[in-house]
Design a protein around this ligand. Structure first.
Ligand code: PDD
Length: 277
């Protein structure tokens, strides 16, 4: 596989980063995950907007223009012939003597890779997923797409060890998000999602689902959502670049709705499929 590292395309076996890289030492970096359908980046501008917001939030300036980010994505794409792919971009503060303070005059490390993307299976779409509810123990700047993902990693592993697909996190009794996805609640036909604040990552699908709800005539509201509301939801959904939109039909010991993917999911799924082709 060919990857991008600091201006070069090279085989992954030859792509090397210093052990002093601040991504390795401190988790001092950010990342982005961009889906590609039939060779076409999906919502690339929005993903690059978020990449730039994450960089700005940690005062990291690799000096790439918008055109250069796009060139990088196209460069990775030109090396593969997958029907659908996922581009991963990661920028860290670069290699420096270990010291918490930002280093001076260090070149950030810019890394990119591309992998085949398996769209969600028919089974996941028709049978839905299961989840557990867990406390959100992460830091308070979840709006930054940081590579410091230990909280997310532990959440996902907790789900796996409980024999379910996803962990739905709650902070002070209120819904935040999944381990690597946004969460949606349907109640009495209205699509609800937590406010877009620093306690969640603003998924590219966070905005997209709002658009699709409008198009499909589904009332939509972003507001604080309690644990009880999640447990009594008519439908639960999750969204992520890697999961698109999928139904959750079981939460801990609760069956969601009638235990089958519901009508709002069906509408949003149809609209999503129509968009990505
Ligand atoms: N994760 N919330 C968190 C914590 C996430 O990690 C993600 C995505 C999302 C959804 O964002 P989007 O719709 O832009 O994919 C929400 C990516 C896919 C990942 O870490 O692999």
């Amino acid at each position: 596989a060919i990857v991008y590292l600091n201006g070069q395309y090279l085989p992954i076996s030859q792509a090397q980063v210093s052990v002093l890289d601040r991504g390795f030492i401190f988790g001092d970096g950010i990342y982005e995950v961009i889906p590609i359908y039939n060779g076409q980046p999906f919502r690339m501008e929005e993903h690059l907007d978020r990449l730039e917001r994450s960089l700005a939030a940690i005062s990291l300036q690799p000096g790439y223009s918008r055109a250069q980010w796009k060139e990088l994505v196209q460069g990775l794409l030109s090396h593969v012939s997958y029907s659908h792919s996922m581009v991963y971009l990661q920028i860290t503060r670069g290699p420096a003597k270990r010291d918490h303070a930002f280093p001076k005059q260090v070149q950030p490390t810019v890394f990119g890779m591309i992998n085949p993307f398996q769209r969600p299976s028919e089974r996941q779409r028709t049978e839905g997923l299961s989840a557990i509810a867990i406390p959100d123990i992460r830091w308070q700047l979840c709006n930054i797409k940081s590579v410091s993902l230990l909280g997310n990693v532990l959440a996902k592993q907790q789900a796996i060890e409980a024999g379910v697909d996803e962990a739905i996190q709650f902070r002070d009794g209120m819904l935040t998000e999944g381990s690597s996805c946004n969460i949606w609640v349907v109640k009495d036909g209205t699509l609800l999602t937590p406010p877009n604040d620093h306690l969640i990552l603003e998924g590219i699908r966070y905005r997209l689902l709002e658009e699709l709800a409008m198009q499909s005539g589904v009332p939509y509201q972003a507001r604080a959502i309690s644990r009880a509301e999640v447990e009594q939801a008519d439908e639960l959904l999750l969204t992520a670049a890697t999961k698109e939109v999928l139904p959750i039909v079981r939460l801990d010991s609760h069956i969601v709705g009638n235990g089958r993917p519901g009508p709002v999911y069906a509408k949003l799924r149809t609209a999503y499929d129509a968009l990505v082709g």
